[in-house]
Design a protein around this ligand. Structure first.
Ligand code: ZN
Length: 403
């Protein structure tokens, strides 16, 4: 780690060379392996160059985090670290020439401190170790559904999906098999506006979803798709519809956008697992009349239901156990599994105790993955149709039916 060459006396070149030679082959090997042969800042692959034709040579530079010299001639060398630890692999980063220069120059502005470089190195090396341990056949096909939700659109980018599936357990490499002919998301319904202003919103959304599902089914039949990862950000009825149409033919992981940090689509690993329960909140002898309120992120009250859900209905409520519904009720995939288990139990109960019911009126205040799960976990044919309502903007209106 030397400051810029222009500031060095003439002899510096020679001493720089001497310092590099001092690094043991073992340290060098460790550093290159941990870095995966890539710059630990820009991720450029350093063992070849194709800028002026293709060449195989080593462009990597081994940069000291705390400068090698104790006498403050190299950047960050005043940081307390014993002399014998300065040539240790823990104090080195593999960098391209440009980034090496940048971190040394930026030190004058107080950027790229020892703490920051150590953190970047740690993250990068953990990432390389993680991804190189994933079996090569662990692929997943990304399914993205993006629509407007009351004026909001979020990006569901390829890197975000990739990062979420790589850091899920079990980890998988993201494939974008179905959008080879375009750059955008697989199912983009943002151009439909919102159902409040577009009377054919759900009709068109269903057609767009069906078209893409057809492609997925063909991919599954051809054996090209063995696993799906679903990233949905759209109005609730569209998500339920997507879930149902996806069905259970191949393993599917549902992802959900969180607002709390930059890793929007990562499930949390450490949050507590939230159980769920259901109860009958209005009983009626007319067993064929059933409505279901699912309150996960918010509360839909009995009095908010539309007039057609009258006293002749049996109304069930599914909610988190022991807490009031709130925005972060489902932060882990285990909590989502708890929800799905309870939902499937309730559906099985309806199937057996309300045999004559052919339609369940569904009211959902739930995060996106829960909405997709409500469609995904419905048994085709055996279980009743779901008539899914949307809140627009204040009163609930039937949006679409599935099954
Ligand atoms: Zn670089």
């Amino acid at each position: 780690m030397n400051s810029s060459p222009s500031k060095q006396p003439k002899q510096a070149g020679a001493s720089k060379e001497a310092q590099r030679k001092a690094l043991s082959p073992k340290v060098k090997q460790l550093l290159y392996v941990r870095a995966g042969g890539r710059c630990q800042l820009c991720q450029d692959y350093l063992l070849e160059s194709d800028e002026l034709g293709y060449y195989e040579f080593n462009r990597g530079e081994m940069a000291h985090i705390v400068g090698q010299s104790l006498n403050a001639t190299s950047p960050r060398s005043d940081f307390p670290l014993a002399k014998e630890l300065r040539d240790d692999v823990e104090n080195l980063m593999l960098l391209c020439a440009r980034d090496h220069q940048t971190i040394d120059k930026a030190i004058e502005e107080g950027n790229f401190t020892v703490e920051l470089l150590r953190e970047l190195k740690r993250e990068r090396e953990a990432h390389i170790k993680h991804v190189t341990g994933i079996p090569q056949n662990h692929h997943t096909c990304i399914v993205r559904l993006v629509g407007r939700i009351r004026g909001n659109i979020v990006q569901v980018t390829r890197p975000e999906c990739n990062s979420a599936t790589l850091h899920h357990h079990p980890a998988r490499f993201a494939n974008f098999a179905l959008d080879y002919h375009r750059q955008g998301v697989e199912i983009d319904i943002t151009m439909l506006g919102e159902p409040e202003e577009n009377p054919t919103y759900y009709q068109t959304a269903q057609l767009l979803i069906d078209r893409e599902i057809q492609l997925i089914r063909q991919g599954v039949e051809r054996g090209e798709i063995a696993h799906l990862s679903v990233f949905g950000f759209a109005r609730i009825p569209a998500l339920v519809y997507l879930g149902f149409q996806l069905g259970n033919k191949v393993g599917t992981t549902l992802f959900q956008r969180r607002r709390v940090d930059a890793k929007h689509w990562h499930w949390l690993r450490e949050a507590p697992v939230q159980p769920f329960e259901w109860e009958l909140i209005q009983r009626s002898p007319q067993v064929e009349k059933v409505a279901l309120i699912i309150n996960v992120t918010g509360c839909i009250h009995r009095w908010e239901l539309p007039d057609n859900i009258d006293d002749t209905f049996n109304i069930f409520l599914l909610k988190p156990t022991g807490i009031d519904p709130h925005a972060d009720a489902v932060l882990t995939v285990e909590s989502l599994d708890q929800f799905r288990q309870t939902y499937r139990q309730l559906m099985a109960y309806l199937e057996s105790k309300h045999k004559s019911v052919d339609q369940v009126h569904l009211f959902l205040a739930a995060p996106t993955a829960v909405a997709v799960a409500c469609g995904l976990d419905l048994m085709p044919h055996a279980q009743p149709t779901l008539l899914v309502y949307d809140r627009m903007p204040r009163k609930f209106t039937a949006a679409l039916s599935v099954n």
